[in-house]
Design a protein around this ligand. Sequence first.
Ligand SMILES: [Zn+2]
Length: 166
Amino acid sequence: MNDKKQSKDATREVTIAKMSDYYVRFIPDNILTTLKQDEICLIKELDWSGNTPKFICSETVQFADAGQNFEYVKCASCSANITEWWGNAMSLAYSDEHGFTNLEVITPCCDMRVSLHDLDYSLTQGFYKTMIEISPNPSSHLSSEHVANYLKMITKEAWRIIHARY
Ligand SMILES: [Zn+2]
């Protein structure tokens, strides 16, 4: 009698499990930065608290999104909410073959010439050729700020932290 209910519950469980997929992504502030082999070795030496960092290197510029954590994008100059305009600007800047080639845009609110990389994203997002990603083990106590500081120490440049949820 409860077969129908049970299968419905099972479906819901799967959905919940999927929704809770969580990744912490680190990308250099400078989109074109790539890691040298010795830098990769040093980064692997960090105590990742039981998490395995995945190094993602792309020939083309790609976008690291925050998934469901994406709320809005605002103009970095006048703070207007330009989320709707942004979707179209992203499509125009992207091709399957070449990734993102030209990130320069003119904002619709105040005619500012700016890179899509430097808009005010909530939560943080950005573009990369190199990304380090972990799917944090729930029992680990890894501080993403600690990782970002370590990455900065090694590469001598700032890194963004992206908390992505799907
Ligand atoms: Zn503006």
